[in-house]
Design a protein around this ligand. Structure first.
Ligand SMILES: [Zn+2]
Length: 164
């Protein structure tokens, strides 16, 4: 599926192809909540980094979250690059050098109508804010941490790989 995305002010536009366009993963971690997910979570989908085209690249800034694991003396910067528009603040996509072939756009930045997921995954609930209620439907799955099933495996299991 070909996806078009942009920030709110229009300074940044991007496009990429995606075999995993269903926005089913709701992430409740503090980074997603603070930088992007006002309702308590953010949703990333998966796309092909090689197909990525960007207009307005000069307007993009990158945030490396600082992480501190239990037992760590000091926080260290995450390798994950959170790309956002430095003019309007819209979160755009996440890129990890560990997976150079993948781009994870925020569903909120995508302008192409995305398919509605038949079921959802609620993840990193360990870090959920106390005021956030998980609105889980009957087939939804909930995880304290990360699910074992990847974006690609989820799409495959539900027979949604050729979507769009
Ligand atoms: Zn913008």
């Amino acid at each position: 599926m070909q996806l078009e995305g942009s920030c709110h002010c229009g300074a940044v536009h991007f496009s990429l192809s995606s075999a995993t366009p269903y926005p089913y993963q709701r992430c409740y971690c503090s980074i997603c909540r603070k930088t992007q997910g006002g309702g308590g979570y953010a949703i990333n989908i998966g796309g092909d980094a090689g197909s990525m085209k960007i207009r307005g690249r000069d307007n993009i800034s990158i945030y490396h979250a600082r992480l501190k694991e239990p037992g760590d003396k000091r926080a260290h910067a995450s390798t994950a690059e959170r790309h956002f528009c430095k003019r309007c603040g819209s979160a755009l996509w996440l890129f990890s050098p560990e997976w150079p072939e993948l781009i994870h756009p925020f569903a909120s930045a995508i302008d192409t109508p995305l398919p509605v997921p038949p079921e959802r995954v609620h993840l990193l609930l360990e870090f959920k804010a106390p005021w956030v209620e998980v609105e889980a439907k009957p087939h939804d799955k909930q995880f304290k941490g990360f699910p074992e099933e990847s974006l690609a495996e989820w799409h495959e299991r539900l027979g949604l790989t050729s979507a769009g």
